[in-house]
Design a binder for this molecule. Structure first.
Ligand code: ADP
Ligand code: MG
Length: 287
């Protein structure tokens, strides 16, 4: 039978903005020793600003228009940011044949012209050689009508509580913090270093994230638990695979919230250590 203190724990957690879907997750949480984070939307806000547009012959404004239109059907944080930067009303009737390539970008027809927007990997699959950009940031390469058309440099900001969240986990006895991302290596390393994250893996496809978590699961001592924290549609498989799946509730995707065991109502990463403390308290564990 479930001890009464578990219900008190779930109630206490929910008052703190942490939704726990079952008492068994409180027990797992009390044993969390590995915390694995997705980057975008979890440690960073997931709200990108445009920092530069590097174009060939095409007008800067036109390149941004093609990007915003091609991205108009996607709910990825990058898509929303490009649409916001464009700032004009988007006429969806100009866009057709939209294909979103998870972890890579989008390809669509805009005014009947093929437009691709995404990372270097996406360009390579189209046999297009992207230009190397020296500006640090997330680079959205663009191909229009089969030719390289330039790139848009965007950057995200770290959440105000992210650094405190990582140190609070360490103070609560978490041995290892890991960051996984599909983003470029330079950006990933910069974010991880500034937050004091122990290990970082970049340029991962959604499937690679599952593999990494599986590897970490075999590496850690059996009695200890691994928590994964994410927000995206792509994160659902990893959330299910981890001992404890934690989703961002406010800005996160429905699929992530559905797949998670625990939901952080206000997307605040500092709530992870709070939840661990609540779980230990209700299990009577003195740490
Ligand atoms: P993360 O691991 O940071 O959550 P994703 O796996 O969602 O990132 O995406 C990884 C990379 O793929 C992005 O950094 C970007 O380069 C590219 N990408 C993904 N979706 C899009 C999109 N809709 N438009 C442009 N680029 C995208
Ligand atoms: Mg993500």
């Amino acid at each position: 039978s479930i001890p009464l203190s578990f219900f008190a724990g779930i109630g206490g957690a929910s008052k703190a903005g942490v939704l726990v879907k079952g008492s068994n997750y409180l027990e797992s949480l009390s044993k969390a020793r590995y915390v694995v984070f997705d980057k975008t939307g979890t440690l960073t806000r997931g709200v990108f600003e445009v920092n530069g547009i590097h174009h060939n012959e095409m007008e800067e404004e036109k390149l941004l228009e093609y990007a915003a239109l091609a991205e108009s059907a996607s709910s990825h944080p990058i898509s929303k940011s490009l649409q916001r930067a464009y700032g004009k009303r988007i006429d969806r009737s100009r866009v057709s044949n939209i294909r979103e390539i998870s972890g890579n970008g989008v390809i669509a027809e805009v005014d009947g012209i093929e437009v691709a927007a995404g990372n270097a990997k996406l360009m390579k699959t189209l046999n297009i050689t992207p230009v190397n950009c020296h500006q640090v940031g997330t680079i959205i390469h663009m191909a229009v009508n089969g030719s390289y058309a330039g790139h848009i440099v965007i950057s995200d900001v770290i959440k105000p509580n992210a650094k405190a969240a990582v140190s609070a986990l360490k103070a609560a006895g978490v041995e290892k913090t890991v960051m996984l991302t599909g983003d470029a290596d330079a950006v990933a390393k910069q974010v991880a270093a500034s937050l004091g994250i122990d290990e970082v893996y970049s340029e991962l496809l959604p499937g690679d994230k599952v593999e990494k978590v599986e590897k970490l699961l075999t590496e850690k001592p059996e009695k200890e638990k691994l928590a994964f924290v994410g927000d995206g549609i792509n994160d659902a498989p990893v959330l299910s695979r981890a001992d404890i799946g934690i989703a961002m509730g406010a800005m996160g995707s429905d699929a992530a919230i559905e797949a998670a065991d625990i939901v952080l109502m206000d997307d605040d990463p500092l709530k992870i250590s709070k939840a661990i403390k609540i779980s230990r308290k209700c299990l009577g564990i003195v740490y």
